[in-house]
Design a protein around this ligand. Structure first.
Ligand SMILES: [Zn+2]
Length: 345
């Protein structure tokens, strides 16, 4: 599905504005008292999420090989040491420690502030990544050099590149506006404004994740939000899967005023007969910030492993998610994680 091509003048204005804003490396916490040290922060908590599903200090996570011969080999799910999994440099040392203390150091009790913090961390990481994506887009001078353009009058991005760049810009602006809403909730302590559906299960999860996306199609193939309209801000769903004792929780959260899309996706999930296959498929199709349990992944049939590995890779490399039948045609038939009754808080 193609979005409407941009107004070029507006597009260049936006580029200028955002470039200026994003030229500094800062802590993403909405407080004034930062310390200078920006730390490498885990978004998948080592103690609460990764260690419980690990084997000899390893989990399956993506690993890139920039010298791979084929595009398909650029990314593979491989065994990784916990220290290298899912880190980003988005918070100063003080705020990383203080802000997330109640999910890093306290027992998970489905408290409003804990549910908020999982959602917030997913959004902060997405904001950080989208901004990086924007920063790494090649400058026109760099392209000119590659293309051997001699005359600066010839300098022009292709329409495809413009559309791509506009998509990135739009993505940055959207996630930034959304993060600003969550920042206000954080500052005012209004954690109940995050609505969360909690899916408890009794078996150890086969994967953990902490991510955010704008739901496009549900499990029946219904279209949920106007992706083709650039003027429309998309609503986000935050998804976290974490172990707890011998089982765990899948958390699906959205902001009360941004429910349209996320709420319908959750409704559609609730009507699925097999939560395990539906949730694992959703996560594999849409998210990159995942770690798989080695024991669980390797226990699956080779066919099933390949389905998961290939879908994960496609999501990563080809970004071909906007597909009406993606969730509907779920090919997985997994052993049940023994889900209990989901409930909303
Ligand atoms: Zn800070």
């Amino acid at each position: 599905m193609k979005r409407v091509p941009p107004n070029r003048e507006a597009y260049f204005d936006l580029v200028k504005r955002l470039k200026k804003r994003y030229s500094q490396k800062v802590c993403l916490a909405p407080y004034p008292d930062h310390v200078s040290n920006i730390v490498s922060a885990h978004t998948l908590s080592v103690g609460a999420m990764l260690r419980p599903i690990s084997r000899k200090g390893n989990v399956y996570h993506w690993k890139s090989d920039m010298f791979a011969d084929y595009r398909e080999s650029l990314i593979e799910l491989k065994l990784n040491g916990l220290k290298n999994v899912s880190t980003f440099n988005g918070f100063c040392e003080k705020h990383d420690r203080e802000l997330f203390s109640s999910i890093e150091n306290e027992i998970f009790l489905c408290k409003y502030n804990q549910l908020f913090l999982y959602a917030y961390r997913a959004v902060a990481k997405e904001f950080y990544l989208k901004r990086k994506q924007l920063d790494s887009f090649p400058k026109i001078e760099e392209i000119a050099k590659v293309k051997n353009w001699n005359n600066s009058d010839e300098y022009e991005y292709s329409d495809e590149a413009i559309l791509h760049y506009y998509g990135i810009l739009k993505g940055v602006e959207e996630i930034e506006q959304f993060k600003e809403k969550l920042d206000l909730i954080l500052l005012n302590g209004e954690f109940r404004r995050i609505i969360t559906w909690i899916f408890p299960f009794n078996k150890s999860p086969g994967l953990v994740c902490n991510s955010v996306y704008a739901p496009d199609f549900d499990f029946k193939g219904n279209y949920l939000q106007l992706f083709e309209d650039f003027g429309n801000n998309l609503n986000n769903l935050m998804v976290t899967i974490l172990p707890y004792h011998s089982g765990g929780f899948a958390l699906f959260s959205y902001l009360d005023t941004c429910a349209e899309g996320p709420a319908e996706l959750i409704d559609s999930l609730l009507s699925e007969a097999d939560f395990t296959s539906a949730i694992v498929w959703l996560v594999t199709c849409y998210f990159e910030n995942i770690a798989f349990s080695p024991d669980w992944l390797e226990s699956l049939s080779e066919d099933t492993q390949n389905i998961i590995r290939n879908r994960f890779k496609r999501n990563f490399l080809f970004n071909d998610k906007n597909n009406i039948t993606l969730l509907k045609d779920n090919p997985l038939d997994l052993d049940d994680w023994e889900f209990g009754e989901p409930f909303k808080v």
